[in-house]
Design a protein around this ligand. Structure first.
Ligand code: SAH
Ligand code: SF4
Length: 404
């Protein structure tokens, strides 16, 4: 039996979808009932169809895209290169509706974190981490997550719903708007995006792909594909399709050198084991025009679970010849996590084995900073106590460094 889970993806065999079927909502991009059509999440092609469907010329899409994503304009009446009749018509039937900022926190080190209220009232987190002339935005793709990785507090929340494309790209829009960065001339507010917030991006395929398309479209945010990164814990059938729709950078949440360990901490591994995941990731990279691209292997170090020298040796063997760089992340603890962060010595030992084996390895000790301390309070029921902002920082500063 076959089931179509998205308009973009090919059909998957149902038996491969049990993990999705546990959460039927994962199959549906939920949108709030709205009388007006929200143009914020529409790609160039979608907006072109929207305009041709209402009897307008295609190039209107280009004009409107620039107003929304270059100028931050939400009121159609301010779109001065559209005729009055069209402006009125759009005002009546359409809207540009970003999600709402519920609260914002600024760290002394410049990190800004928002709790964002999406339709239905759920909260998700978005974090901007400025670093020199770069600023990386960590974007959420779902409310909660169905994959239940054992060391992840988002996983412990369970899955509520997918974010719409407007809610995903809306996080970029809001970040820029929050700095009044539309035409500031002060440099770009967001230079890099990582799909590493709440949720598993490949389980919200269409909306994530559309949003990443806008991130990279010159008429929208114009980011290079190297500066937009999708991170996945291994939804292999969706990863197998990704190259047909996107060419962004890829990060794999590996976190284990063998299936026995990965099965215990990342349940989806039982369905799509490491060998399948790595070969799918390799195929994705091989499909890219730029032959120098590599996969980022994320490896969260959990004391006594995956942080021993023999694990590092096994990882080195596993990744021998695989086009990657490795990012080691000491576990960020949260209450009742059941895991511990390894000692600094254990992290160094692990790092050294991989370095000596010839890998590019980055490691960053998480900095607990002022806003992380209040992380759980910021998002209320989301209550992510994993110091997510610090985690993002640890991961992405390093990724940027090696990506140059
Ligand atoms: N769902 C995607 C992206 C979001 S999670 C994924 O799993 O890849 C972003 C990264 O943070 C992943 O590598 C995830 O494994 C890691 N992570 C989750 N909880 C963590 C924790 N408590 N400490 C350190 N890293 C964690
Ligand atoms: Fe979901 Fe990623 Fe957390 Fe796993 S690590 S539960 S895939 S958000």
């Amino acid at each position: 039996m076959k089931l179509r889970i998205s308009s973009r993806l090919a059909t998957f065999a149902v038996d491969k979808l049990q993990i999705l079927l546990r959460m039927p909502d994962a199959l549906i991009a939920t949108t709030a009932p709205a009388s007006k059509i929200n143009l914020l999440g529409m790609t160039r092609a979608q907006l072109e169809s929207f305009f041709t469907d209402i009897g307008e010329k295609k190039f209107r899409a280009q004009q409107v895209l620039k107003w929304i994503h270059h100028q931050g304009v939400r009121d159609f009446q301010d779109m001065t290169n559209l005729g009055k009749t069209l402006r009125d018509r759009l005002s009546e039937t359409a809207e540009i509706a970003p999600p709402i900022i519920d609260s914002q926190q600024d760290s002394a080190d410049g990190t800004r974190k928002w709790a964002i209220k999406v339709a239905g009232g759920a909260l998700v987190e978005t974090v901007l981490i400025p670093e020199g002339d770069r600023a990386t935005l960590c974007v959420s793709s779902q409310v909660g997550c169905s994959l239940d990785c054992k060391f992840c507090s988002t996983g412990k929340q369970g899955f509520q719903r997918d974010l719409t494309a407007a809610e995903i790209i809306g996080q970029v829009w809001l970040a820029i708007d929050s700095y009044d960065g539309w035409q500031s001339g002060k440099g770009r507010v967001v230079t890099n995006v990582v799909m590493m917030g709440m949720g598993e991006p490949l389980l919200n395929f269409d909306n994530v792909v559309s949003s990443m398309e806008l991130m990279c479209d010159d008429l929208a945010y114009g980011l290079s594909k190297r500066k937009v990164t999708l991170s996945t814990s291994g939804v292999v059938p969706a990863l197998d399709q990704l190259a047909d729709f996107s060419d962004v950078s890829l990060a794999i949440s590996l976190h284990a050198p063998n299936d026995a360990i990965r099965d215990q901490i990342i349940p989806i591994n039982k369905r799509y084991p490491i060998a399948n995941l790595l070969s799918s990731a390799r195929a994705y990279i091989d499909a890219q025009m730029d032959k120098k691209r590599v996969v980022t292997i994320e490896y969260t170090l959990l004391a006594g679970v995956n942080d021993q020298v023999e694990h590092a040796q096994e990882l080195a063997q596993l990744l021998d010849g695989f086009p990657c760089k490795i990012n080691l992340i000491p576990f960020n603890d949260f209450p009742q996590s059941g895991f511990k962060r390894p000692s600094g010595n254990a992290v160094s030992r692990f790092w050294k084995v991989l370095m000596e084996a010839g890998f590019i390895v980055t490691v960053r000790t998480t900095r607990g900073d002022d806003i992380d301390a209040a992380c759980g309070q910021l998002v209320g029921e989301v209550n992510d106590r994993t110091k997510r902002a610090a985690r993002y920082r640890a991961q992405y500063e390093e990724m940027d460094t090696i990506e140059g």
